[in-house]
Design a protein around this ligand. Structure first.
Ligand SMILES: [Fe+2]
Length: 197
């Protein structure tokens, strides 16, 4: 049976976000990979007796979007914090698209940071809508609720409390968002965008 593979990331010292937080956070990511695989395995196992197990299979499958998107969201997040920070390159397709749609990079950033302050657990995400070739800012509840069909996640900011509370306290959410952008390796975001075009 095909299995989802846990990815490795080269995350060095970050501003504000401690090594301990990253270490613990990677364990959570590992849990999403394991559970994505577990759900697939359990469904195959239970499918041996469909008459008896249909309800259990369907309830197990219902959770797949949570585990799978938890895995993929975290891969984009950790990858964007890997290999050291780098700024957004001027005059690239990504930079030009942000400026075209929002007026300027700064205006886009202001909106994205304000989306990150949405109450509750979830993600601030920048998508590329592949059908229209346009960027979309969005909020995703949990890992999956509101994910946009046929759009590629270009940038993903984890706003679950486990990403920041140990280092910033609950009241430091805004500073965590600021530091995320200080630590961000924009070349990864540019690759995500270019690969999806
Ligand atoms: Fe997380």
């Amino acid at each position: 049976m095909m299995k989802f593979e846990e990815k490795k990331f080269n995350i060095g010292k970050l501003v504000g976000i401690s090594e301990k937080t990253i270490e613990e956070h990677l364990k959570l990511y590992s849990g999403y990979v394991k559970h994505s695989n577990l759900i697939m395995e359990k469904i195959v196992e239970m499918s041996g007796d469909l008459e008896k197990n249909t309800y259990a299979i369907n309830e197990t499958r219902r959770r797949f979007g949570f585990e799978y998107n938890g895995m993929r969201n975290h891969e984009v997040y950790f990858d964007s914090l890997s290999d050291g920070p780098s700024p957004l390159t001027p005059d690239t397709e990504l930079e030009k698209s942000l400026a075209y749609l929002w007026g300027s990079y700064d205006k886009w950033l202001l909106e994205f940071k304000s989306i990150a302050m949405t109450r509750g657990i979830g993600w601030a995400i920048l998508y590329l809508d592949r059908k229209e070739h346009r960027l979309i800012n969005a909020w995703i509840d949990e890992q999956h609720l509101g994910q946009l069909q046929d759009c590629t996640v270009v940038l993903a900011l984890d706003m679950w409390e486990h990403s920041f509370v140990a280092d910033y306290q609950p009241s430091g959410k805004k500073q965590y968002v600021e530091d995320f952008f200080t630590n961000l390796n924009w070349s990864k975001v540019e690759s995500n965008f270019n690969n999806a075009l």
